[in-house]
Ligand binder design. Structure first.
Ligand code: NAD
Length: 366
């Protein structure tokens, strides 16, 4: 197979799983990495036996077809725009951008450069959420009428080595974790047409307790408790809470309620199950066996799918359009809270195609 050569910009915490993705997916070959901090790039390059570049060198390498941008949220738009302008396809981590204007600029640049743009999360392509997608498409709970999405936590400063960005623009629980929940819901139920929301900052200052920055203070610049209502184009109504302000809760992570039953979805920040269903006549929830593969941490499946889609001339699933719609929804919750009203969304997207049943490990196409 003619594998797609991939370079990675941003050699921080999440990079290790992407650096391994060519062991999981047959059609990828990770060949180089770069970082603002050359020592980080050199360390990763040595660990994975690939080339260490500066960002400019990486963008100038004619062999690289796709560049995966794993920088911090504030750099996503700038770095991916540079990737596209260098004539390469860009795929970056969530969120798609800090705001709609930057998101639109990325989409426009991709269009003018005739290059693809893709974006995480790709957990919706995991075996758990693809099983849910199939259940909904097969009518297992009838017509979806409502959904709930709850991410109840107390933030990242206890474990992440450099957690300040989670409390700056582009961070916050909605921009950080909302993409998992919203991408799962939009990929299964379709686009959203209108939202409203309320937000607050409970703790204006956070103290880092992880190493190496233990004891440093972070000034919180974005809402850390966000509650929203979503009206899907199909008529279903969603309720979402994404918070870094809560110590514990008993709420389910993700559920979809239909005219004939209810579906309990897995944690959308994972690739596997459990998937459970309770139809109208059932006395108990039933575990549903997963119908799709990729149930372990398979980050990079979105990149592999984009690489395969480029060769097959078909749309890729973890697309810029999907990620931009999710960004529009997330920004609209904050706008609704600031303005005290519902916000009609200006963006929309197609549901990405379901992955086929029966894929062989390492493949994203039959
Ligand atoms: N850490 C996780 O568990 C996790 C999980 C899923 C997604 N993500 C997402 O992945 C992205 C990166 O997160 P992380 O935890 O790896 O962050 P990190 O701070 O550990 O790493 C980011 C890296 O990007 C580099 N960088 C920043 N700006 C750059 C630029 N302009 N050019 C080149 N390099 C630049 C930094 O030097 C750093 O090495 C974020 O968008 C985050 O939301 C992280």
């Amino acid at each position: 197979m003619n594998r797609t050569k991939v370079g990675i910009i941003g050699c921080g915490n999440i990079s290790s799983i992407y650096l391994k993705s060519d062991k999981t997916f047959d059609n990828l070959e990770i060949v180089a990495c770069a970082d603002l901090d050359p020592a980080r790039a050199q360390a990763r390059a040595a660990e994975y036996n690939i080339k260490a570049y500066t960002v400019d060198q990486l963008l100038a390498d004619p062999d690289l077809e796709i560049v995966v941008n794993l920088t911090i949220p504030a750099a996503h738009a700038e770095v991916s725009t540079a990737v596209l302008n260098a004539g390469k396809h860009a795929y970056h981590e969530k969120p798609f951008a800090l705001n709609r204007a930057d998101g639109r600029k990325i989409l426009e640049t991709a269009q003018t450069q005739h290059r693809r743009v893709g974006c995480a999360p790709d957990t919706f392509l995991g075996g758990g959420l693809q099983t849910c997608r199939k259940l909904i498409d097969d009518g297992a709970i009838g017509e979806p009428i409502a959904a709930t999405a709850f991410m109840m936590s107390h933030g990242h400063e206890t474990w992440h080595p450099d957690p300040a960005f989670y409390y700056k623009p582009g961070g916050g629980p909605m921009f950080d974790m909302g993409p998992y929940y919203l991408t799962a819901l939009v990929s299964i139920m379709g686009a959203v047409k209108r939202v409203t929301g309320s937000t607050r900052i409970t703790f204006p200052e956070r103290t880092i307790t992880s190493q190496p920055k233990n004891g440093e203070k972070i000034r919180v610049e974005v809402p850390t408790h966000v509650t929203g209502l979503l009206e899907f184009a199909n008529g279903a109504i969603g309720t979402i809470i994404q918070t870094f302000d809560v110590w514990s809760a008993n709420l389910p992570r993700l559920e979809i309620y239909g005219t004939e039953g209810s579906l309990s979805l897995p944690d959308p920040n994972t690739f596997g199950g459990p998937v459970r269903i309770r139809r109208a006549a059932d006395k108990e929830w039933q575990d549903v066996p997963l119908t799709h593969i990729y149930t372990e941490n398979s980050r990079g499946i979105g990149v592999a799918d984009m690489a395969a889609a480029i060769r097959s001339h078909r749309p890729h699933r973890a697309s810029g359009e999907l990620a931009h719609h999710v960004l529009d929804i997330m920004q609209a919750f904050h706008d609704a809270a600031d303005q005290g009203k519902h916000i009609e969304l200006t963006s929309t997207c197609e549901r990405p195609a379901a992955l086929p049943v029966g894929l062989k490990p390492g493949a994203v196409e039959l």
